[in-house]
Structures are given as C-alpha cells and as structure tokens.
Design a protein around this ligand. Structure first.
Ligand SMILES: Cc1ncc(COP(=O)(O)O)c(C=O)c1O
Length: 332
C-alpha cells in the first residue's frame, strides 16, 4: 500500500498514527480555462476519491478516523449532521466495511430533491438514524444517544459534525501534501489561493496545516456555507493548531511548521439564508461549471464556494497568482 504522504514527511508517525487507505491517490489536477476567470484557475478534483459508496473530502477524514475507532476497540461511531449529511453517508458506507456501526443524530434543514435522494441513501446505508430536528434537541439527547449506543462497557466513538476533529482534519493535510508534490512535479504552478467550502471546518484547517508542511506559500480561502457552527478564521486556525499538536503528541517533528495568522481567509457573503439554503449566485455558478467546465457541483457546498471564487475574481479580490478550486463533492 502506498504510504500516506504524512508518514513520508514525518516517518516518526509510522506505527503511532494508523492510516487506512480508502481511495486512489493522488487526485488529479487540471487547468480550468473554460470558466474565463481573470486569474489562472486550476482544479484539484477530490470528487472521485474513495472506492466505497460515497467519495470526496469526507473519505480523506475517514482514512484516519476509522483506524482510530478500531484502535480504541469501539463498535459504534456516533456522529451528527443535517438531514442530507454527506459526512454521515460516507461514514456509514466506509465504517460498515470495517465492521463498525454508525449512529447519526440528524437536524432539519430545507429539503429539496438532492436532500431527499440523500436521505434515501442514508436509510439504505445501515446507519441508525435519530431525527432530532434542532440543535438544542440534539444536545439534550446526547446522554441518551451515548447510552443507547454503548455496548457492554464499550462507549461509542463520538465524532463532531463533518468529522472535523483534529484527527479528521488530517485528511485535508494529506490533500495539501499531495498538491505540494504536484507543484514540485510541475503539474501546476504554486497557487496563491486554494478555495474550499467550509461546512464544519476540518477541510480548511487541515489544508492550512498541510500547505505549511508542504512548504507552499498558498493560502486557504474558506467559503463558509454553514451558520450553525462557529467557523471564523481564528476558530479554523485553532483547529489546525490542534491537529499540529496531535501530530507532535504522536512524535512528529514539525520543525515549527504551523499555520500562521492569515493562512486562512474566510468569506461569509455567499451563505445566503443559511446552511443548505440554495442561492442564486450558487445556482448560476453550478450551471456555469457544468456547461463550461464539465463539473458536477451540488448546491450546499461546492456551488456556493465556486460562486464566491468567481465573484471575488471578477472584483479583482483574488490577488497574488493562480487559484485552485478544491472539488470536494463525491457522489457515486
Ligand atoms: C461536498 C462537501 N464539500 C465540503 C464540505 C466541507 O468540509 P468541512 O466539513 O471539512 O468544512 C462538506 C462537508 O461539510 C461536503 O459534504
């Protein structure tokens, strides 16, 4: 099995930080001239990552989280999300392959065709679904959920929304290290910006840490698409630092390579009415991406992130050089 780049970068981690390969790396990069941006635009396409039932950036997180669940002897992963949670679906698919059960606490948001189809997949995934409707009810139900999914003396392994724990964020560290290799191999120029949707923050945080470890000067532009969690740049940098602390606690020598203030810029103006509420700008970006670049985006994350990229570019607010769009959505 190909070693993760993180283990190659920090050999001290081998044997101390288990990894389970779930997809084929590296994911491809390609130029996106068709979208007609002022700035040179590139794509890093995570949509095909993962060989189970669901792909994209979530699978990268599970590569670190599932072996940790097994190391702890857990039988069940307990996690939370919205009704159309991509994270919950990826967790359900890939955990089952490892003999682990998944229990999901779900909260409401607008339901469209996409969410309805996603709910059908969740129901078919074998995960136990708890419909708790609001964040308050979810929090109040937490003790009951833990008790309900404790087997004997074995507690469930709890993971926050989106799998965005310090360990889960390592998935995006790996993506950024890959991008670093691709820049070094001359497949694309060193980008000034790497643009990603921010739903629970692990991806943006992990990218910032990984870019630093890769020795790139690239900054993360996080387009916030969720208003139910605190996702400002200081919070995301805090998560990146907790991931770095985790690596150090497992013996990694990071030689001071921590994301600096400014490594993550967040933009909130493309959220619209809230999480999973489609926007006109998002829908226009989605149509443009499909017609001009052959990209299949969805409305909650990737369409809003691309809308922000296109608008900021048109306004001359993506200064400094090439921009990479991270395609994080991976349906099968
Ligand atoms: C398709 C897609 N893109 C991006 C994200 C955002 O990633 P993160 O939750 O790590 O911020 C998510 C999940 O939240 C997602 O499902």
């Amino acid at each position: 099995m190909r070693l993760p780049l993180l283990h190659q970068r920090c050999p001290e981690l081998a044997g101390r930080l288990p990894f389970l390969r779930l997809g084929e790396a590296p994911t491809p990069v390609r130029a996106l001239p068709g979208l007609g941006t002022r700035t040179e635009l590139w794509l890093k396409d995570e949509s095909g990552y993962g060989d189970g039932g669901w792909g994209g950036n979530k699978v990268r997180k599970l590569e670190w989280l599932l072996p940790e669940a097994r190391r702890r002897g857990a039988r069940t992963i307990l996690t939370v999300g919205g009704l159309g949670t991509n994270w919950g679906l990826a967790a359900a698919w890939y955990a089952r392959e490892q003999g682990l059960e998944v229990a999901l606490g779900l909260i409401d948001h607008p339901v469209d065709e996409h969410v309805r189809a996603q709910l059908a997949r969740l129901r078919a995934s074998g995960a136990t679904l708890h419909f708790l409707h609001t964040k308050t009810r979810l929090i109040l139900a937490a003790p009951w959920l833990f008790a309900r999914h404790t087997h004997g003396r074995t507690l469930p392994y709890y993971l926050p929304a989106g799998g965005s724990s310090p360990l889960g964020a390592l998935g995006a560290v790996e993506t950024a290290l890959e991008l670093g290799e691709q820049v070094r191999a001359g497949e694309l120029p060193e980008p000034a910006w790497l643009v990603t949707p921010v739903g629970s923050g692990g991806t943006a945080a992990g990218l910032a840490l990984g870019l630093r470890l890769a020795g790139l000067r690239t900054r993360v532009l996080g387009v916030v698409v969720n208003d139910t969690l605190r996702l400002d740049s200081a919070t995301l940098l805090g998560l990146a630092r907790r991931s770095a602390a985790l690596l150090r606690s497992r013996g990694a020598d990071l030689s001071g390579a921590e994301p600096a203030p400014g490594a993550i810029r967040t933009e909130t103006a493309w959220l619209g009415e809230g999480y999973a509420h489609p926007t006109r700008a998002g829908d226009q970006a989605l149509a443009r991406a499909s017609a001009q670049a052959g990209l299949a985006l969805e409305r909650t994350y990737t369409a809003k992130a691309l809308a922000a990229l296109l608008d900021l570019d048109a306004a001359g607010r993506l200064e400094g050089g090439p921009v990479v769009f991270l395609h994080t959505h991976g349906p099968r």
